[in-house]
Design a binder for this molecule. Structure first.
Ligand code: GUN
Length: 289
């Protein structure tokens, strides 16, 4: 069993990016600049956005964090997006999701200039992804592809089962794994809350990508020997064994399934750090354009 070490791989990628930034800046080029909009004070969103800002500093990017109150109007939020679209110093813009229920998330996503959409969520970038045209790939799926690539996980001809059909992970992941690329060329099954006989399907998976948000949902009786598991779930649960009083758990019962796996991502330290590394990569790409 090989652990797909997202923390180490993400650090390698960040070092590669930092070197490139140094070289760009020393030859008089532009410092990449990422802007993030955070609406409200949701704990998880705060943590993610702070980690993104910190990662920018680490690789030598500029970053701007715009905090808006929970009750910001859709109009004011769209005006903020438009301001950033027009600011030629800013290369990438992310609006941290989820947004409060009075805001139409898709309207906001569509308002972001596709050239600055380093999350890869804009419908035109999703379309380009489906058609295998150059674009910004959504960061979490891109991070998973990068892990599979750097660990030389064979994907061609394999049965890839994806659990969860979110716009951010499951749905794009199912498309990417089926494309004629490496990694890719899988036979893909996308499963979701209405899927019948999930266990019958997961038992035939060579690669299992779980993005469900249900703690330790995947157990050993759902798996085939030699499976490669990518666990996207990350849930904070109370713990009396840690100093903080919390611990992070994935969607997979790691300790009880690892003996069956060819490869597996841990939680934390698997997919999470890769998401941030790929966001930085997209921002660098935008800046170089
Ligand atoms: N919420 C959860 N994941 C993401 C992400 O990758 N980007 C944004 N903008 N919001 C998120």
């Amino acid at each position: 069993m090989i652990i797909l070490d997202g923390k180490k791989t993400a650090n390698d990628i960040k070092e590669e990016i930092a070197l490139e930034v140094t070289s760009i800046v020393s030859s008089g080029g532009k410092v990449p600049h990422l802007s993030a909009i955070l609406v409200g004070t949701d704990g998880a969103s705060e943590t993610y956005v702070n980690a993104k800002v910190k990662a920018c500093e680490k690789v030598g990017f500029k970053s701007t964090l715009i905090r808006l109150s929970e009750d910001v109007s859709q109009e004011d939020l769209l005006a903020e997006v438009e301001k950033i679209n027009k600011n030629s110093d800013i290369d990438g813009l992310i609006v941290q999701l989820p947004l409060p229920s009075h805001v139409d998330e898709m309207k906001v996503t569509e308002a972001i200039d596709p050239e600055k959409d380093v999350d890869g969520f804009h419908p035109s970038n999703i379309g380009r992804m489906v058609l295998n045209l150059p674009t910004y790939l959504p960061a979490t799926p891109a991070g998973i592809l990068e892990l599979l690539k750097r660990y030389n996980v064979e994907t061609s001809g394999k049965h890839c089962v994806v659990i969860g059909r979110s716009h951010i992970v499951g749905s794009p992941m199912s498309i990417l794994m089926g494309r004629n690329t490496n990694p890719g060329n899988c036979t893909v099954t996308l499963t979701h809350s209405r899927t019948k006989n999930l266990q019958e399907i997961t038992k035939t998976a060579d690669i299992l990508i779980v993005a469900l948000g249900r703690v330790e949902f995947i157990t050993s009786d759902m798996l085939k020997d030699g499976v490669c598991i990518i666990d996207v779930g990350i849930t904070r649960v109370k713990s009396d064994k840690t100093k903080s009083g919390w611990k992070l758990l994935g969607d997979v019962d790691f300790e009880n399934v690892k003996h069956m796996c060819s490869f597996i991502t841990p939680v934390p330290g698997g997919v999470g750090p890769m998401t941030i590394a790929m966001l930085l990569k997209n921002t660098l790409l935008s800046s170089k354009k």
